[in-house]
Each structure stands twice: as C-alpha cells, then as structure tokens.
Design a protein around this ligand. Structure first.
Ligand code: UDP
Ligand code: MG
Length: 314
C-alpha cells in the first residue's frame, strides 16, 4: 500500500519545537487513519535539533529525516523534502508551530474536492512586526503586478498538493527556489483555506531582513524581467529629458543671450543620473548573480545524514 500523505517540515535551530511539532503532527495524522510519513529536514542547525530528530526517528517508524551539512536555507530544505517524499499528497509546513498541524485534515479534505493545490491563507499573523507584515504585503502586490500569473497574497509555503504537482516541481531546474511562485507558475487548480497564524512557539525567526530581501529578489528575478526593462525604460526617459534640456540651454544662451548658472542644478542632475545608473547596474547584477549560480550548476544542497534511501534524493 502506498503512502497517502507526506508531511514535510524544515528545522533550523528549533530544538525546543521539534518534539512538540512531532507529537502534535503524529497525533493528528494517526487520527486520520491512513498511511503517512513525516519528513523532517534539518537545515544545518547549530543546536541540538538533529539529536532530537534522530531520537524521534529511532522510535517512530513514520518519521524520516534529512540533515544538511550546513544551512542551505528554508526553500532548499523544503525542496529536499519534496524530492525524498513518497506520498501521493505532500504537505509543506513550518516546524516552529506557526502553522498548526491540526489544520491538516481540513486541507486534505479540501484537496479531495478536486483541487491540485490547497494553500493556507493567513487571516491574521500574530507575533510578527508591523514592518514585516507591510513589507511582505507590498512585495506580493508588486510581484503580482509584474508577473503574468498571480501568486496568492498572504500565503506562505503552508499547503497541500498532489503527486503530479510534486513531479512537475522537481522538473523545474531553477537554482534559486521560490516554491510558492513556482507552484503558481505551473498553473494547476488551486484553492485557499483561511487560518489564523500563530505565534512562533520557541526560539527566534531564522529570517533576517537581508535574507528576506534576497528571497524577495529570488521571487522577482525568477518570474519577471520587468526590473531589467525598468532599467532600459528609465534610460530612454532620461535621455529624452536631457535632449530637451540641451535644446533649452542652447536656445537660452545663443538666442536669448542668457547663461544659466547654478551649482544646485548641476548637483541634482549628477546625483539623479548617478542614482539611476547605480540602480540599473544593481538590477543587472541581481540577474547576473543568478545566471552565475546556474552556470556553476552546483548541487543544490549537501546531505550529511539521512534515513531515507539516498537514491531518492536529487
Ligand atoms: N528555516 C530553515 N532554514 C532557514 C531558516 C528557517 O529551515 O535558514 C525553517 C525554520 O526552522 C522554520 C521555517 O523554516 O521551521 C520558517 O522559518 P522562520 O520561522 O524563521 O520564518 P518566519 O516564520 O519568521 O517567516
Ligand atoms: Mg516562523
């Protein structure tokens, strides 16, 4: 009999949360009375997360784990889980108990109604700063503007999807993974389910603002060329403006006999142009660094220890 559900959760320095996560998830999965596996991915934790995971795996036959040599990031941890999962349905959720395991049966039943993906949409997000919420909101609105498909607002990676979606996801050769965008890009039938996101149980977030910024750029560069076009459009606009200005200066000098003086206007022009140029170079740089990643074509992550069959990885 094949496995019906694989629950995949990444852990980065979550020694205080792993145990409760497994207890609550195992309880709810057992109550569903179907074959399941719990795939715990240790993303190079520096604390005792792996130790706790190994202990749990030794006593529960449904628990499988993958442990990275170092911290490769949340998206790759999820991707490693997807690659190793054997279930007909896959669930992605955070390991810090912000995504309640008790929602799993509801997600599963909703999927049975004929959807390929059911994602959990955040009604409220407790314990997160106003700045994080506003920047996240703004980011998704911008992303939806500049891509041709829509990525659901107020959702993370907490979702269930079927085997077909998982197989297609694994065919996507993107080096910078942005799973929620990739899934939207695939275009399968999606449905949303609302929930109240809880506070992180213990520990602190593994996402600094610089990591979030990088993640946001992965999303944008992975799915849109708009920033590159912005660079060329702003080049055209500035060139046109400067052309008009040149004519104005020439007319003023030779026909009207006035010379335009002014340190202020010079500074403004130089700074404005410098700003646009640096911004454009930065934008190009973001794309080039991802091309560079792709050209190097390294393995996405390195597994140090696992009790899944190594052949099922990557
Ligand atoms: N996580 C991970 N690798 C990282 C950062 C985070 O595997 O480099 C895990 C983390 O343990 C948690 C989930 O990803 O289970 C979500 O991370 P976090 O709670 O830090 O993000 P937030 O909820 O603040 O967006
Ligand atoms: Mg969290």
């Amino acid at each position: 009999m094949s496995i019906e559900i694989s629950v995949i959760a990444p852990f980065y320095n979550e020694e205080e949360n792993v145990m409760e996560f497994c207890q609550r998830t195992l309880a709810i999965m057992n109550s569903m009375q179907l074959r399941f596996e719990l795939l715990l991915v240790d993303d190079g934790s520096k604390d005792n997360t792996l130790l706790v995971i190994e202990k749990l795996a030794a006593t529960h036959e449904n628990i499988r784990f993958i442990s990275f040599t170092r911290n490769f990031g949340h998206q790759l941890a999820l991707f490693a889980g997807i690659s190793a999962a054997q279930g007909q349905h896959l669930i992605l959720m955070d390991g810090d108990l912000q995504d309640p395991p008790e929602l799993i049966p509801k997600l599963y039943h909703q999927l049975q109604k004929g959807y390929d993906v059911v994602y959990a949409k955040r009604n409220s997000r407790s314990g997160e700063s106003a700045l994080k919420k506003t920047t996240a909101n703004l980011f998704y609105r911008i992303l939806n503007r500049i891509t041709r498909f829509s990525i659901p607002v107020d959702t993370g990676d907490f979702r269930i999807f079927n085997r077909q979606v998982a197989d297609e996801l694994m065919k996507m050769q993107d080096h910078s993974k942005f799973l929620r965008g990739q899934m939207a890009w695939l275009g399968f039938r999606e449905s949303a389910m609302s929930f109240d996101r809880e506070k992180r149980k213990n520990g602190t977030t593994g996402f600094s603002y610089s990591r979030m910024f990088r993640f946001a750029f992965d999303g944008i560069t992975g799915f849109s060329d708009f920033p590159l076009k912005f660079a060329s459009y702003s080049g055209i606009v500035v060139s046109l403006l400067s052309f008009v200005l040149i004519i104005y200066v020439l007319v003023a000098k030779y026909l009207l006999g006035q010379t335009i003086t002014g340190w202020a206007s010079l500074m403004v022009t130089i700074l404005f142009l410098g700003g646009i140029q640096l911004l454009s170079i930065g934008i190009i740089g973001e794309y080039i660094s991802r091309i560079n990643d792709k050209v190097r074509n390294r393995q996405l992550y390195v597994v140090k220890k696992t009790n899944t069959t190594p052949t099922s990885l990557q």
